[in-house]
Write a protein of this length. Structure first.
Length: 319
């Protein structure tokens, strides 16, 4: 896998699937805090963390989510879940909807070991899944886990301040001593060890989404067990961490061959399956076409090596 560089500012770039944007809300200038899950906080056990995403349009399509873990050793469940606006005594707040059994889950995936030791950013691919304007990225221990599930996620951190719906984007869900499940904004009541007050925090979670409906998946997708990638799934990155956007892949979906064009010279093209395995690799030498007729139908990642950087683009194979 290719090295992943964490981008903290939301920027736009072109992909083969249309205009795509990064959505993240943490402040890299603020000290970091590591939130452990699952962890005992007195009368309840915190069993998951979430980050609310707000799209500029009424809906959009998610291609991947990147999460900065401080530590992760066992399988982790990553879901795109619905949002509910609650009115409280201190104002309205957006929370995951856990009270409505019919509340939609837009997509579900489980990332599996092996994971690198220490802090690492893992990218979870989603197949261009439909989501509404407001939704949550939920991260929790997975039922696939055979050992005691535990991980920690990094967020920015500062003393408590007046909360508003815009700054209260991170949440948690927990199981109380009465076995009831409840959710709340992350800075509402959790006082980390060594601190005197709750911490305001936005998690280091980046969502990649676009408004382009091409190849969209509009029904709930249970992706199952997959391998997380240590690289962003869209756009082009050169050695200086700069985004480039000059690789075009078509047709997409494809049945027989992919046409690949770039303003920079292409040296090699790799095709990865959903488990991150290279299923096809071809030196380019000006060929301009990748034969995919022998591949099984499904979603792949085209990794294009150019003189100006590496481009990754999701592609669909249909026969």
């Amino acid at each position: 896998h290719f090295a992943f560089l964490l981008f903290c500012l939301s920027i736009s770039f072109q992909t083969a699937m249309g205009q795509e944007n990064e959505y993240s809300y943490y402040d890299p200038a603020t000290p970091q805090h590591s939130w452990p899950v699952e962890s005992n906080w007195g009368s309840f056990v915190m069993f998951g963390l979430s980050e609310r995403v707000t799209l500029p349009a009424d809906s959009g399509y998610v291609d991947s989510v990147s999460i900065l873990f401080n530590q992760v050793s066992d399988t982790v469940h990553v879901l795109l879940v619905s949002d509910t606006l609650f009115t409280t005594s201190v104002g309205p707040f957006h929370l995951m909807n856990d009270n409505d059994p019919l509340a939609p889950i837009y997509a579900s995936a489980v990332i599996a070991p092996p994971f690198p030791a220490g802090p690492t950013t893992l990218t979870v691919p989603f197949p261009h899944v439909f989501v509404p304007k407001e939704f949550h990225v939920l991260i929790a221990p997975s039922a696939y886990s055979s050992d005691y599930p535990q991980f920690s996620i990094i967020g920015d951190s500062e003393g408590i301040r007046a909360r508003t719906p815009e700054i209260s984007r991170s949440g948690f869900f927990a199981i109380g001593t009465n076995n009831l499940v409840f959710v709340s904004v992350l800075d509402s009541m959790l006082i980390p060890n060594g601190d005197a007050a709750p911490l305001f925090s936005n998690l280091y979670v980046t969502t990649y989404a676009s408004e382009d409906a091409m190849n969209a998946v509009n029904e709930t997708r249970d992706i199952g067990l997959i391998a997380a990638l240590q690289q962003p799934l869209s756009g082009v990155t050169n050695n200086n961490g700069e985004r480039l956007a000059h690789v075009i892949i078509f047709p997409n979906p494809a049945s027989n061959a992919l046409q690949i064009q770039s303003v920079a010279a292409i040296s090699r093209v790799d095709l990865l399956d959903i488990l991150g395995r290279i299923v096809l690799s071809q030196k380019w030498n000006g060929i301009g076409m990748l034969d995919v007729s022998g591949l099984e139908p499904g979603r792949y990642e085209a990794i294009v090596h150019t003189a100006r950087g590496i481009s990754t683009t999701p592609v669909l194979i249909r026969h």
